[in-house]
Design a protein around this ligand. Structure first.
Ligand SMILES: [Zn+2]
Length: 130
């Protein structure tokens, strides 16, 4: 990744961090796109009770995102060459994915392996078999 691109992601992360911090603990912003909610159907649930549940899960998601944003910023400062590479397989993460979630640590494949059912014996590193 070249310096200009890295700088752009660093700025994105810094902005995201500021935004999350400024948002406070409890802050429902239905109009705002939530990168952690991609593919979900939350817009179809108007009940206040439901919103409450979503709000608290969103706050948890925000706190989790903040942690990852801070970690990504630290990664850029400590080891800029590793930023944008999957921490699992060290393959470059797709730019589209980084644009959406500049704090992401895993490529799509490793993320799916992480989210998917755990197989006995744990994950395998494809790299080990090359
Ligand atoms: Zn990976």
């Amino acid at each position: 990744m070249d310096a200009a691109t890295l700088k752009r992601y660093r700025k994105k992360l810094a902005d995201l961090k500021a935004e999350i911090v400024a948002g406070g603990d409890i802050d429902i912003e239905p109009g705002r796109a939530d990168p952690t909610a991609v593919g979900s159907d939350e817009d179809e649930q108007p009940l206040a009770e439901m919103s409450q549940t979503i709000a608290s899960s969103r706050n948890r998601a925000r706190a989790a995102v903040l942690t990852r944003v801070v970690a990504a910023l630290a990664r850029i400062d400590d080891d800029p060459e590793m930023y944008g590479l999957c921490i699992e397989c060290e393959e470059p993460i797709a730019a589209k994915r980084l644009d959406l979630m500049p704090y992401v640590e895993l490529c799509v494949e490793c993320q799916q392996a992480e989210d998917g059912p755990r197989k006995p014996g744990g994950r395998r590193h494809l790299r080990d078999f090359r």
